[in-house]
Design a protein around this ligand. Sequence first.
Ligand SMILES: C[S@@+](CC[C@H](N)C(=O)[O-])C[C@H]1O[C@@H](n2cnc3c(N)ncnc32)[C@H](O)[C@@H]1O
Length: 292
Amino acid sequence: MHSTAEKNNIPWRKMAQEILESEVYRELNSIQNQSLVYPDYYLNPFRAYEEGNLTWLLCGNSEFSHCQWKVAAEAEAATMSMARRALPDASSIQEANQILHGNWLRAIEQHHIEHSESSVINDILDIGCSVGISTRYLVDKFHTAKVTGLDLSPYFLAVAQHKEKRTSPGKFPKRWIHANGEDTGLPSKSFDLVSIAFVLHECPTRVIVTLVREAFRLLWPGGTLDLTDFLVYKVLQELSPVLFTLVKSTEAFLDEYYLTDMDETLREAGFVNITSILTDPRHVTITATVPQ
Ligand SMILES: C[S@@+](CC[C@H](N)C(=O)[O-])C[C@H]1O[C@@H](n2cnc3c(N)ncnc32)[C@H](O)[C@@H]1O
């Protein structure tokens, strides 16, 4: 995986090495919620890989944290590769990233302006923020908002916090929370925007339903939910047989994600104004409102 990325001018190994050789490890203690109970699906053997191949199964418990750090260190390069694959005609990786994330953010902003009485966005929750890439884009777009990144992986959050410390103040979110997005423990009606970007394809249907219900609880009336993810059939169709087999083995719940009726899930949770936009050839952004 990383050699393909490097052919595309994404310095995958260098980026990961920089993180692994930094003081990122120090962040873990301050971020980790030791009492968090991980949901079963999250402990399935599908999340880690090494040298481009799936090796979670090879990672014994003693190597668990090594694998987790490695995946966390590689997350930014993996996101750049994803943008490149979605927009192969872009003139550079940077342009591909800007188009992918720019279209996503515009879809959210337009939905919020159109459907909320107050178009101002003060509080944002980024569920499944990983190492904080989506969070960073949300901060840059809605720069007067307080942004919270929440994730189940303390390793990803440690990388997010480490990167935040290396950027200028005010450019990054104030809060990172190690919690389950299905049951965040955060107060009801406390966000104008909840974003769940590139998370649902990793989740079984029952978790997708619970995440959507929790987002409904967390949003103010008039608040906007963003669900952005892969257009699964498109992504699968375009893969070579080898990659197809790899993806199927690493993404245990892709089938469930594909078969989940997202509109129905949103309607049942109480959302209105459900809108889907293809933000690029491989990704879809679904936005919805909590009724006023
Ligand atoms: C592909 S990453 C998302 C990337 C990020 N949103 C972005 O666009 O840069 C998926 C993330 O979802 C997280 N995740 C999966 N299930 C979750 C849950 N129930 N609650 C919180 N985070 C979850 C994983 O730990 C992982 O970091």
